[in-house]
Design a protein around this ligand. Structure first.
Ligand code: NDP
Length: 253
């Protein structure tokens, strides 16, 4: 029996990157995982197939976040998938992982781009949590993926870092609100972590990025997934409202 056996989990943006690694890890720990995606249908199906091959349970849920009706669409798929497999729509773990970076200079950030960055990175997690509270069982877990950029300056990512700063506020205030139900909520801030981006295929770029970590390497998706899995477990029942630095020491300066 895994430590999450009998639990259900939703991981947003789990078709790729850290979300994928988190879905695989939570499923390996025994949870039934809803693998959420927007455009990566095949990738999400591959995540489910990988989980099932290893004896776990998962299903896909599609919804573009940051657009009107996003939360409604996601929960239609989520509740249908949960009901089919468990006979109930109860959720134990919500991981708000889906996100988009800005990569745009301050003077080139248009109001539309700013709104888009906020809609996906900050607004969607708030309303996903608001909606999920109907499904979350007492003792549930909410984990929001922030970024080391809330404490490490990068002028091309001002709007993104502002949105992630807003995500960190979710943990502070919701923690107080959800405490009576023993639901914990925490922020995990990754540093530079390998994803499908082509920059990770350029050895010189990887070397430069690695030098920012105390361990002289870039993060692997599993480095972050393991932290999320800990916060999702019963072992983390006494931690709420916290900011967890998962940057591999990048913030040490
Ligand atoms: P990836 O860029 O590899 O994947 C992003 C995931 O989010 C995909 O599954 C994608 O779905 C989903 N997604 C993106 N936009 C939307 C949208 N509008 N609606 C629904 N789903 C969406 O992610 P990473 O692993 O790099 O990052 C995961 C989280 O970690 C993000 O919140 C990111 O901001 C944060 N982070 C990343 C760092 C890094 O160095 N990689 C560093 C610090 C924080 P699909 O492909 O199906 O469209």
């Amino acid at each position: 029996m895994g430590r999450l056996t009998g639990k259900t989990a939703l991981v947003t943006g789990s078709s790729r990157g850290m979300g994928r690694a988190t879905a695989l890890r939570l499923a390996a720990d025994g949870a039934l995982v809803a693998v959420h995606y927007a455009r990566g249908k095949e990738e999400a199906e591959d995540v489910v197939a990988t989980i099932e091959k290893d004896g776990g349970r998962a299903f896909t849920v599609r919804a573009e976040l940051g657009v009107p009706g996003d939360v409604h669409e996601l929960f239609l798929g989520l509740e249908e998938g949960l009901r089919e497999r468990t006979g109930s729509t109860a959720l134990d773990i919500l991981v708000n992982n889906a996100g988009v970076m800005g990569g745009v200079k301050p003077e080139e950030t248009t109001p539309d781009r700013f709104d888009e960055i906020f809609a996906v990175n900050a607004k969607a997690p708030f309303f996903l949590i608001q909606r999920a509270l109907k499904n979350l069982r007492d003792g549930g877990r909410i984990i929001n993926i922030s970024s080391g950029l809330t404490r490490f300056a990068n002028p091309d990512e001002i709007a993104y870092a502002m949105a992630k700063g807003a995500v960190e506020q979710l943990a502070l205030h919701f923690a107080k609100y959800l405490g009576p139900r023993r639901i914990t909520i925490n922020s995990v801030a990754p540093g530079i972590t390998r994803n499908g981006s082509p920059v990770f295929d350029i050895p010189e770029a990887v070397e430069q990025m690695a030098a920012m970590s105390a361990f002289n390497r870039v993060g692997e998706p599993e480095d972050v997934a393991d932290v999320v899995a800990f916060l999702a477990s019963d072992d983390a029942r006494w931690i709420t409202g916290s900011f967890v630095d998962a940057t591999g020491g990048t913030l040490l300066g």
